[in-house]
Design a binder for this molecule. Structure first.
Ligand code: UP6
Length: 508
Protein backbone atom coordinates (compact mmCIF):
# COMPACT_ATOMS: atom_id res chain seq x y z
CA UNK A 1 0.00 0.00 0.00
CA UNK A 2 1.24 3.47 -0.89
CA UNK A 3 1.74 5.55 2.20
CA UNK A 4 0.55 9.15 2.05
CA UNK A 5 1.06 11.07 5.28
CA UNK A 6 -2.03 13.24 4.92
CA UNK A 7 -4.40 10.44 3.96
CA UNK A 8 -3.14 8.32 6.84
CA UNK A 9 -3.52 11.19 9.27
CA UNK A 10 -7.05 11.94 8.12
CA UNK A 11 -8.08 8.30 8.50
CA UNK A 12 -6.79 8.29 12.09
CA UNK A 13 -8.56 11.59 12.85
CA UNK A 14 -11.81 10.15 11.46
CA UNK A 15 -11.40 7.36 14.02
CA UNK A 16 -11.14 9.93 16.84
CA UNK A 17 -7.36 9.60 17.27
CA UNK A 18 -5.49 12.88 17.74
CA UNK A 19 -2.70 11.84 20.10
CA UNK A 20 0.90 11.49 18.96
CA UNK A 21 3.32 9.54 21.12
CA UNK A 22 6.79 11.01 21.13
CA UNK A 23 9.20 8.07 21.02
CA UNK A 24 11.92 10.09 22.72
CA UNK A 25 13.77 7.06 23.95
CA UNK A 26 16.38 8.60 26.16
CA UNK A 27 18.51 5.54 26.92
CA UNK A 28 19.26 6.22 30.61
CA UNK A 29 15.51 6.66 31.24
CA UNK A 30 14.54 3.24 29.89
CA UNK A 31 13.29 1.19 32.87
CA UNK A 32 16.21 -0.42 34.58
CA UNK A 33 14.96 -3.97 34.25
CA UNK A 34 15.21 -3.66 30.45
CA UNK A 35 18.34 -1.52 30.39
CA UNK A 36 20.26 -3.90 32.59
CA UNK A 37 20.00 -6.58 29.92
CA UNK A 38 22.69 -4.47 28.31
CA UNK A 39 24.35 -2.78 31.26
CA UNK A 40 24.69 -5.60 33.77
CA UNK A 41 27.19 -7.36 31.59
CA UNK A 42 28.79 -4.28 30.04
CA UNK A 43 32.53 -4.72 30.05
CA UNK A 44 32.20 -8.19 31.52
CA UNK A 45 31.67 -10.13 28.36
CA UNK A 46 28.80 -10.38 25.93
CA UNK A 47 25.66 -8.47 26.92
CA UNK A 48 22.28 -10.16 26.68
CA UNK A 49 21.07 -7.32 24.44
CA UNK A 50 22.83 -4.61 22.45
CA UNK A 51 21.88 -0.94 22.85
CA UNK A 52 19.80 -1.07 19.67
CA UNK A 53 17.92 -4.09 21.00
CA UNK A 54 17.26 -2.47 24.36
CA UNK A 55 15.91 0.64 22.60
CA UNK A 56 13.81 -1.51 20.31
CA UNK A 57 12.48 -3.72 23.09
CA UNK A 58 11.33 -0.65 25.01
CA UNK A 59 9.84 1.07 21.94
CA UNK A 60 8.06 -2.05 20.80
CA UNK A 61 6.38 -2.40 24.20
CA UNK A 62 5.30 1.27 24.12
CA UNK A 63 4.04 0.97 20.54
CA UNK A 64 2.02 -2.19 21.25
CA UNK A 65 0.50 -0.55 24.34
CA UNK A 66 -0.51 2.77 22.76
CA UNK A 67 -1.26 2.35 19.04
CA UNK A 68 -5.04 2.21 19.24
CA UNK A 69 -5.39 5.81 20.45
CA UNK A 70 -2.91 7.50 18.12
CA UNK A 71 -2.78 9.52 14.94
CA UNK A 72 1.05 9.38 14.75
CA UNK A 73 4.32 8.30 16.33
CA UNK A 74 7.09 10.87 16.57
CA UNK A 75 10.58 9.58 17.35
CA UNK A 76 12.96 12.45 18.02
CA UNK A 77 16.23 11.62 16.30
CA UNK A 78 18.29 13.34 19.03
CA UNK A 79 17.87 10.44 21.44
CA UNK A 80 18.88 7.87 18.84
CA UNK A 81 21.86 9.85 17.53
CA UNK A 82 23.01 10.13 21.15
CA UNK A 83 23.56 6.36 21.26
CA UNK A 84 25.84 6.24 18.24
CA UNK A 85 25.33 3.78 15.40
CA UNK A 86 23.44 1.39 17.63
CA UNK A 87 20.97 4.14 18.47
CA UNK A 88 20.36 4.73 14.77
CA UNK A 89 19.82 1.02 14.26
CA UNK A 90 17.31 1.14 17.14
CA UNK A 91 15.49 3.95 15.31
CA UNK A 92 15.38 2.06 12.03
CA UNK A 93 14.08 -1.07 13.72
CA UNK A 94 11.43 0.98 15.51
CA UNK A 95 10.16 2.61 12.34
CA UNK A 96 10.17 -0.72 10.50
CA UNK A 97 8.18 -2.29 13.35
CA UNK A 98 5.49 0.40 13.21
CA UNK A 99 5.26 0.17 9.42
CA UNK A 100 4.94 -3.58 9.53
CA UNK A 101 2.55 -3.97 12.47
CA UNK A 102 0.54 -0.77 12.48
CA UNK A 103 0.65 0.30 8.84
CA UNK A 104 -2.17 2.82 9.29
CA UNK A 105 -0.22 4.99 11.77
CA UNK A 106 2.09 7.59 10.20
CA UNK A 107 5.58 8.21 11.54
CA UNK A 108 6.97 11.71 12.00
CA UNK A 109 10.74 11.90 12.24
CA UNK A 110 11.39 14.86 14.52
CA UNK A 111 14.81 15.89 13.24
CA UNK A 112 14.31 19.66 12.75
CA UNK A 113 16.52 19.49 9.68
CA UNK A 114 17.49 22.12 7.14
CA UNK A 115 20.57 23.37 5.35
CA UNK A 116 21.25 24.80 1.90
CA UNK A 117 19.29 23.09 -0.85
CA UNK A 118 22.03 20.73 -2.01
CA UNK A 119 22.70 19.43 1.49
CA UNK A 120 18.99 19.04 2.16
CA UNK A 121 18.97 16.32 -0.50
CA UNK A 122 21.01 14.24 1.94
CA UNK A 123 18.56 14.89 4.76
CA UNK A 124 15.62 14.02 2.51
CA UNK A 125 17.24 10.72 1.53
CA UNK A 126 18.08 9.91 5.14
CA UNK A 127 14.59 10.67 6.50
CA UNK A 128 12.37 9.26 3.78
CA UNK A 129 14.40 6.65 1.91
CA UNK A 130 16.76 5.26 4.55
CA UNK A 131 14.61 5.68 7.65
CA UNK A 132 11.25 5.44 5.86
CA UNK A 133 9.52 8.19 7.82
CA UNK A 134 6.22 9.62 6.56
CA UNK A 135 6.93 13.18 7.71
CA UNK A 136 9.77 15.28 9.02
CA UNK A 137 10.09 18.46 11.07
CA UNK A 138 12.11 21.24 9.41
CA UNK A 139 13.43 24.63 10.34
CA UNK A 140 12.27 27.53 8.11
CA UNK A 141 15.34 29.72 8.66
CA UNK A 142 16.93 28.98 5.26
CA UNK A 143 13.80 29.95 3.34
CA UNK A 144 11.58 28.21 0.78
CA UNK A 145 14.25 27.95 -1.91
CA UNK A 146 16.52 25.83 0.30
CA UNK A 147 13.65 23.65 1.45
CA UNK A 148 12.65 22.67 -2.09
CA UNK A 149 14.04 19.09 -1.83
CA UNK A 150 11.68 18.55 1.13
CA UNK A 151 8.70 20.36 -0.37
CA UNK A 152 8.96 18.32 -3.59
CA UNK A 153 8.12 15.11 -1.72
CA UNK A 154 4.38 15.24 -2.30
CA UNK A 155 3.33 12.23 -0.23
CA UNK A 156 5.44 13.22 2.79
CA UNK A 157 4.54 15.66 5.54
CA UNK A 158 6.86 18.66 5.77
CA UNK A 159 6.24 20.03 9.23
CA UNK A 160 7.67 23.52 9.61
CA UNK A 161 8.65 25.02 12.98
CA UNK A 162 6.46 28.08 13.54
CA UNK A 163 6.17 28.92 17.26
CA UNK A 164 8.09 26.47 19.44
CA UNK A 165 7.09 25.36 22.94
CA UNK A 166 10.23 26.36 24.85
CA UNK A 167 10.30 29.24 27.37
CA UNK A 168 12.74 31.26 25.24
CA UNK A 169 10.82 30.86 21.98
CA UNK A 170 10.03 34.56 21.78
CA UNK A 171 13.64 35.70 21.32
CA UNK A 172 13.46 35.51 17.53
CA UNK A 173 10.03 34.11 16.82
CA UNK A 174 8.22 37.15 18.25
CA UNK A 175 10.37 39.81 16.55
CA UNK A 176 8.13 42.17 14.61
CA UNK A 177 8.54 41.98 10.85
CA UNK A 178 6.81 43.36 7.77
CA UNK A 179 4.26 41.00 6.26
CA UNK A 180 1.51 41.14 3.63
CA UNK A 181 -0.87 41.67 6.52
CA UNK A 182 1.12 44.49 8.17
CA UNK A 183 3.60 44.33 11.03
CA UNK A 184 3.44 40.91 12.70
CA UNK A 185 5.64 38.67 14.89
CA UNK A 186 8.00 36.52 12.84
CA UNK A 187 6.17 33.27 13.69
CA UNK A 188 3.03 34.66 12.04
CA UNK A 189 5.02 35.52 8.92
CA UNK A 190 6.30 31.91 8.88
CA UNK A 191 2.72 30.62 9.15
CA UNK A 192 1.61 33.01 6.41
CA UNK A 193 4.36 32.04 3.96
CA UNK A 194 4.06 28.31 4.59
CA UNK A 195 0.29 28.43 4.13
CA UNK A 196 0.17 30.77 1.14
CA UNK A 197 3.42 30.03 -0.69
CA UNK A 198 5.23 26.86 0.38
CA UNK A 199 2.22 24.54 0.30
CA UNK A 200 1.92 24.10 -3.47
CA UNK A 201 2.00 20.31 -3.04
CA UNK A 202 -0.45 20.44 -0.13
CA UNK A 203 2.15 18.70 2.02
CA UNK A 204 3.01 21.31 4.66
CA UNK A 205 2.12 21.39 8.33
CA UNK A 206 3.17 23.71 11.17
CA UNK A 207 4.62 23.18 14.64
CA UNK A 208 3.16 25.30 17.43
CA UNK A 209 3.94 24.65 21.09
CA UNK A 210 0.96 23.57 23.20
CA UNK A 211 2.44 25.87 25.84
CA UNK A 212 1.32 28.93 23.83
CA UNK A 213 -2.45 28.72 23.16
CA UNK A 214 -2.67 32.45 22.39
CA UNK A 215 -0.14 32.16 19.57
CA UNK A 216 -1.85 28.96 18.42
CA UNK A 217 -5.10 30.89 17.98
CA UNK A 218 -3.28 33.35 15.70
CA UNK A 219 -1.66 30.59 13.65
CA UNK A 220 -4.96 28.75 13.22
CA UNK A 221 -6.48 31.95 11.83
CA UNK A 222 -3.64 32.34 9.32
CA UNK A 223 -3.68 28.66 8.28
CA UNK A 224 -7.30 27.57 8.81
CA UNK A 225 -7.05 24.05 7.37
CA UNK A 226 -3.38 23.14 7.81
CA UNK A 227 -2.46 20.28 10.18
CA UNK A 228 -0.64 21.55 13.27
CA UNK A 229 1.77 19.46 15.34
CA UNK A 230 1.41 20.47 18.98
CA UNK A 231 4.25 19.40 21.30
CA UNK A 232 4.33 20.57 24.91
CA UNK A 233 1.60 18.49 26.56
CA UNK A 234 2.58 16.43 29.59
CA UNK A 235 6.11 17.09 30.81
CA UNK A 236 6.05 20.72 29.55
CA UNK A 237 2.62 21.23 31.13
CA UNK A 238 0.72 22.57 28.11
CA UNK A 239 -3.03 22.86 28.76
CA UNK A 240 -4.99 20.23 26.80
CA UNK A 241 -8.25 22.14 26.86
CA UNK A 242 -6.79 25.43 25.65
CA UNK A 243 -4.71 23.62 23.03
CA UNK A 244 -7.68 21.77 21.61
CA UNK A 245 -9.98 24.80 21.61
CA UNK A 246 -7.38 26.98 19.90
CA UNK A 247 -5.96 24.29 17.62
CA UNK A 248 -8.82 22.50 15.89
CA UNK A 249 -9.81 23.41 12.36
CA UNK A 250 -13.43 24.02 11.36
CA UNK A 251 -14.03 20.25 11.18
CA UNK A 252 -12.82 19.80 14.75
CA UNK A 253 -9.70 18.05 13.41
CA UNK A 254 -6.33 19.29 12.16
CA UNK A 255 -4.35 18.61 15.36
CA UNK A 256 -1.51 16.22 16.18
CA UNK A 257 -1.14 16.49 19.95
CA UNK A 258 2.23 15.18 21.06
CA UNK A 259 3.34 13.96 24.43
CA UNK A 260 6.61 12.06 24.86
CA UNK A 261 7.95 11.83 28.42
CA UNK A 262 4.44 12.12 29.89
CA UNK A 263 3.51 8.85 28.19
CA UNK A 264 6.61 6.73 27.55
CA UNK A 265 8.19 7.39 30.95
CA UNK A 266 4.92 7.50 32.94
CA UNK A 267 6.33 4.64 35.02
CA UNK A 268 9.89 3.42 35.34
CA UNK A 269 8.80 0.08 36.76
CA UNK A 270 7.55 -3.19 35.30
CA UNK A 271 4.14 -1.58 34.74
CA UNK A 272 5.53 0.99 32.25
CA UNK A 273 3.40 -0.46 29.41
CA UNK A 274 0.16 -0.19 31.36
CA UNK A 275 1.12 3.32 32.48
CA UNK A 276 1.89 4.39 28.88
CA UNK A 277 -1.40 2.94 27.67
CA UNK A 278 -3.31 4.73 30.43
CA UNK A 279 -1.66 8.09 29.69
CA UNK A 280 -2.06 7.82 25.90
CA UNK A 281 -5.70 6.82 26.29
CA UNK A 282 -6.36 9.61 28.79
CA UNK A 283 -4.80 12.29 26.60
CA UNK A 284 -6.85 11.14 23.63
CA UNK A 285 -9.98 10.96 25.80
CA UNK A 286 -9.40 14.54 26.97
CA UNK A 287 -8.79 15.78 23.42
CA UNK A 288 -12.10 14.29 22.32
CA UNK A 289 -13.80 15.52 25.47
CA UNK A 290 -12.82 19.10 24.69
CA UNK A 291 -13.47 18.67 20.95
CA UNK A 292 -17.10 17.69 21.33
CA UNK A 293 -18.22 15.89 24.46
CA UNK A 294 -17.89 18.83 26.82
CA UNK A 295 -20.73 20.39 24.84
CA UNK A 296 -22.98 17.51 25.92
CA UNK A 297 -22.10 18.27 29.53
CA UNK A 298 -22.82 21.97 28.96
CA UNK A 299 -26.19 21.09 27.47
CA UNK A 300 -27.10 18.87 30.44
CA UNK A 301 -26.20 21.69 32.81
CA UNK A 302 -28.17 24.25 30.85
CA UNK A 303 -31.21 22.03 30.04
CA UNK A 304 -31.65 21.24 33.74
CA UNK A 305 -30.93 24.87 34.68
CA UNK A 306 -28.12 23.55 36.89
CA UNK A 307 -26.02 26.46 35.83
CA UNK A 308 -27.16 30.04 35.95
CA UNK A 309 -24.97 32.72 34.46
CA UNK A 310 -25.44 36.48 33.93
CA UNK A 311 -27.47 36.70 37.12
CA UNK A 312 -26.97 38.36 40.51
CA UNK A 313 -26.60 35.68 43.14
CA UNK A 314 -26.04 35.93 46.88
CA UNK A 315 -23.84 33.01 47.98
CA UNK A 316 -24.10 31.15 51.29
CA UNK A 317 -21.37 33.20 52.94
CA UNK A 318 -22.95 36.51 51.88
CA UNK A 319 -20.78 37.37 48.88
CA UNK A 320 -22.30 38.25 45.50
CA UNK A 321 -21.54 36.99 42.01
CA UNK A 322 -23.05 36.37 38.60
CA UNK A 323 -23.03 32.55 38.32
CA UNK A 324 -24.57 29.71 40.30
CA UNK A 325 -24.16 25.97 39.98
CA UNK A 326 -27.10 23.98 41.34
CA UNK A 327 -26.19 20.33 40.96
CA UNK A 328 -29.41 19.25 42.68
CA UNK A 329 -31.22 20.28 39.50
CA UNK A 330 -29.47 17.49 37.58
CA UNK A 331 -29.99 14.53 39.92
CA UNK A 332 -33.75 14.03 39.32
CA UNK A 333 -32.84 13.24 35.70
CA UNK A 334 -31.31 9.80 35.93
CA UNK A 335 -30.33 9.66 32.26
CA UNK A 336 -28.37 12.89 32.54
CA UNK A 337 -26.75 11.85 35.83
CA UNK A 338 -25.76 8.52 34.32
CA UNK A 339 -24.32 10.24 31.25
CA UNK A 340 -22.13 12.56 33.34
CA UNK A 341 -20.87 9.64 35.41
CA UNK A 342 -20.14 7.70 32.23
CA UNK A 343 -17.66 10.42 31.21
CA UNK A 344 -15.99 10.09 34.62
CA UNK A 345 -15.82 6.31 34.23
CA UNK A 346 -14.34 6.71 30.75
CA UNK A 347 -11.62 9.03 32.00
CA UNK A 348 -10.62 6.43 34.62
CA UNK A 349 -11.12 3.45 32.29
CA UNK A 350 -7.57 2.11 32.61
CA UNK A 351 -7.22 2.66 36.35
CA UNK A 352 -7.62 -0.39 38.57
CA UNK A 353 -10.40 1.08 40.74
CA UNK A 354 -11.96 -1.04 43.50
CA UNK A 355 -14.38 1.49 44.96
CA UNK A 356 -15.61 5.06 44.64
CA UNK A 357 -16.21 7.25 47.68
CA UNK A 358 -18.04 10.58 47.84
CA UNK A 359 -19.30 12.93 50.53
CA UNK A 360 -23.04 12.60 51.26
CA UNK A 361 -25.66 13.67 50.23
CA UNK A 362 -25.24 14.73 46.61
CA UNK A 363 -22.15 12.60 46.08
CA UNK A 364 -24.07 9.40 46.91
CA UNK A 365 -26.01 9.74 43.67
CA UNK A 366 -22.78 10.00 41.71
CA UNK A 367 -21.18 7.01 43.39
CA UNK A 368 -23.95 4.66 42.29
CA UNK A 369 -23.82 5.70 38.64
CA UNK A 370 -20.05 6.00 38.39
CA UNK A 371 -19.43 2.64 40.11
CA UNK A 372 -21.96 1.03 37.82
CA UNK A 373 -20.22 2.39 34.68
CA UNK A 374 -16.78 1.51 36.05
CA UNK A 375 -17.94 -2.07 36.70
CA UNK A 376 -18.75 -2.77 33.04
CA UNK A 377 -16.46 -5.51 31.76
CA UNK A 378 -14.93 -6.13 35.19
CA UNK A 379 -15.04 -9.44 37.00
CA UNK A 380 -16.28 -7.94 40.26
CA UNK A 381 -18.31 -4.85 41.03
CA UNK A 382 -16.64 -1.54 41.70
CA UNK A 383 -18.17 -0.58 45.04
CA UNK A 384 -20.09 2.64 45.71
CA UNK A 385 -19.35 4.01 49.19
CA UNK A 386 -19.96 7.30 50.94
CA UNK A 387 -18.70 9.46 53.75
CA UNK A 388 -21.15 11.39 55.87
CA UNK A 389 -20.86 14.39 58.13
CA UNK A 390 -21.22 13.97 61.88
CA UNK A 391 -20.58 16.25 64.83
CA UNK A 392 -17.67 14.89 66.83
CA UNK A 393 -17.09 15.05 70.58
CA UNK A 394 -15.50 18.53 70.23
CA UNK A 395 -18.63 19.79 68.47
CA UNK A 396 -16.76 19.87 65.16
CA UNK A 397 -18.28 18.66 61.92
CA UNK A 398 -16.21 15.82 60.46
CA UNK A 399 -16.61 13.20 57.74
CA UNK A 400 -16.78 9.54 58.63
CA UNK A 401 -17.30 6.35 56.64
CA UNK A 402 -19.56 4.08 58.66
CA UNK A 403 -22.46 1.61 58.23
CA UNK A 404 -19.89 -1.13 57.64
CA UNK A 405 -18.61 0.54 54.46
CA UNK A 406 -15.30 1.40 56.08
CA UNK A 407 -14.19 -2.22 55.82
CA UNK A 408 -13.93 -1.93 52.01
CA UNK A 409 -11.21 0.72 52.02
CA UNK A 410 -7.92 -0.67 53.38
CA UNK A 411 -5.44 -1.63 50.67
CA UNK A 412 -7.94 -0.81 47.89
CA UNK A 413 -7.71 1.63 44.98
CA UNK A 414 -10.21 4.38 45.61
CA UNK A 415 -11.65 7.04 43.31
CA UNK A 416 -13.07 10.06 45.12
CA UNK A 417 -16.12 11.81 43.66
CA UNK A 418 -17.68 15.16 44.41
CA UNK A 419 -20.33 17.23 42.70
CA UNK A 420 -19.23 20.84 43.09
CA UNK A 421 -15.98 22.12 44.55
CA UNK A 422 -15.95 25.65 45.90
CA UNK A 423 -13.42 25.80 48.73
CA UNK A 424 -12.40 22.15 48.31
CA UNK A 425 -12.97 21.58 52.03
CA UNK A 426 -15.33 18.59 51.77
CA UNK A 427 -13.31 16.64 49.22
CA UNK A 428 -10.14 17.29 51.19
CA UNK A 429 -11.77 15.81 54.29
CA UNK A 430 -12.99 12.75 52.44
CA UNK A 431 -9.54 12.15 50.97
CA UNK A 432 -8.10 12.35 54.47
CA UNK A 433 -10.62 9.84 55.82
CA UNK A 434 -9.88 7.38 53.00
CA UNK A 435 -6.13 7.72 53.47
CA UNK A 436 -6.53 7.22 57.22
CA UNK A 437 -8.35 3.97 56.54
CA UNK A 438 -5.32 2.94 54.40
CA UNK A 439 -7.10 3.36 51.09
CA UNK A 440 -4.98 4.19 48.04
CA UNK A 441 -6.50 7.31 46.45
CA UNK A 442 -5.95 6.99 42.68
CA UNK A 443 -7.66 10.26 41.86
CA UNK A 444 -10.82 12.32 42.04
CA UNK A 445 -13.54 13.40 39.65
CA UNK A 446 -15.98 16.25 40.03
CA UNK A 447 -18.88 17.63 38.07
CA UNK A 448 -17.86 21.25 38.43
CA UNK A 449 -14.79 22.92 39.88
CA UNK A 450 -15.59 26.47 40.88
CA UNK A 451 -12.08 27.05 42.16
CA UNK A 452 -9.82 25.56 39.48
CA UNK A 453 -6.89 27.84 40.26
CA UNK A 454 -6.61 26.74 43.87
CA UNK A 455 -8.14 23.30 44.07
CA UNK A 456 -5.98 21.00 41.95
CA UNK A 457 -4.64 17.46 42.11
CA UNK A 458 -1.51 18.96 43.63
CA UNK A 459 -3.31 20.98 46.29
CA UNK A 460 -5.35 17.90 47.24
CA UNK A 461 -2.19 15.75 47.21
CA UNK A 462 -3.69 13.16 44.87
CA UNK A 463 -2.39 11.92 41.49
CA UNK A 464 -5.37 12.94 39.31
CA UNK A 465 -8.28 15.36 39.26
CA UNK A 466 -10.80 15.39 36.43
CA UNK A 467 -13.50 18.08 36.39
CA UNK A 468 -16.25 17.79 33.80
CA UNK A 469 -16.67 21.55 33.99
CA UNK A 470 -14.73 24.46 35.39
CA UNK A 471 -16.71 27.58 36.25
CA UNK A 472 -14.43 29.87 38.26
CA UNK A 473 -16.30 31.56 41.06
CA UNK A 474 -15.99 35.31 41.03
CA UNK A 475 -17.31 36.62 44.33
CA UNK A 476 -17.58 40.19 45.62
CA UNK A 477 -18.30 41.61 49.05
CA UNK A 478 -21.77 43.25 48.91
CA UNK A 479 -20.28 46.76 49.32
CA UNK A 480 -17.96 46.29 46.33
CA UNK A 481 -20.38 44.34 44.15
CA UNK A 482 -20.40 45.72 40.57
CA UNK A 483 -23.74 43.98 39.96
CA UNK A 484 -25.30 45.93 42.86
CA UNK A 485 -23.83 49.14 41.43
CA UNK A 486 -25.47 48.36 38.07
CA UNK A 487 -28.78 47.68 39.87
CA UNK A 488 -29.04 44.17 38.45
CA UNK A 489 -31.94 42.54 40.32
CA UNK A 490 -30.97 39.99 42.98
CA UNK A 491 -31.91 36.41 42.12
CA UNK A 492 -34.35 35.20 44.79
CA UNK A 493 -34.84 31.67 43.39
CA UNK A 494 -31.45 30.22 44.29
CA UNK A 495 -28.79 31.03 46.87
CA UNK A 496 -29.44 33.46 49.70
CA UNK A 497 -30.92 36.33 47.64
CA UNK A 498 -34.28 36.29 49.37
CA UNK A 499 -32.69 36.47 52.84
CA UNK A 500 -30.35 39.23 51.69
CA UNK A 501 -33.25 41.38 50.44
CA UNK A 502 -35.31 40.74 53.60
CA UNK A 503 -32.37 41.79 55.76
CA UNK A 504 -31.81 44.87 53.63
CA UNK A 505 -35.44 45.89 53.94
CA UNK A 506 -35.24 45.51 57.72
CA UNK A 507 -32.14 47.62 58.07
CA UNK A 508 -33.34 50.13 55.46
N1 UP6 B 1 9.39 19.66 20.48
C1 UP6 B 1 8.97 20.43 21.53
N2 UP6 B 1 8.66 21.73 21.28
C2 UP6 B 1 8.77 22.27 20.06
C3 UP6 B 1 9.21 21.45 19.03
N3 UP6 B 1 9.50 20.19 19.27
O1 UP6 B 1 8.87 19.99 22.68
O2 UP6 B 1 8.45 23.44 19.89
C4 UP6 B 1 9.72 18.24 20.65
C5 UP6 B 1 10.79 17.92 21.66
C6 UP6 B 1 10.39 16.53 22.07
C7 UP6 B 1 8.89 16.58 22.05
O3 UP6 B 1 12.07 17.94 21.08
O4 UP6 B 1 10.78 15.60 21.09
O5 UP6 B 1 8.56 17.54 21.07
C8 UP6 B 1 8.27 16.96 23.38
O6 UP6 B 1 8.56 16.00 24.34
P1 UP6 B 1 7.91 16.02 25.83
O7 UP6 B 1 6.46 15.68 25.68
O8 UP6 B 1 8.68 14.94 26.53
O9 UP6 B 1 8.16 17.36 26.41
Amino acid sequence: MERNFFEMLKRRWDKGCFTCVGLDTDFPKIPEFIRKKYESVKGKGIAELGIDEVIFEFNRAIIDATHEFLCAYKPNSAFYEAEDIEGLIGLKKTIAYIRENYPDIPIILDAKRTDIGNTNKGYVKSAFDINQADAITVNPYFGKEALTPFLERKDKGIIVLCRTSNPGAAEFQDLIVESETGKVPLYQKVAYNVYNDWNENSNCCLVVGATYPGELTQVRQIAPDMPILLPGIGAQKGDVKKTVKAGVDENGQGIIVNSARGIIFASSKEDFKEAAKREAYKLNFLINYYREREQIVDKIFSDTKAIITDSHIVYTKGQHGSAYVNKDAIYPYTGFTSHLCQFIAEYYKYYPIDAVVAPAIGGVVLTQWAASHLSIGKESDVLALYAEKITDENNKEVFIIKRGQDKYIAGKNILILEDVITTGGSIEEVIKVVKKLDGNVVGAAILCNRNPNNVTAKSLEIPELFALKEVPLEAFEPDDCPLCKENIPINTDVGKGREFLAQKQKTG
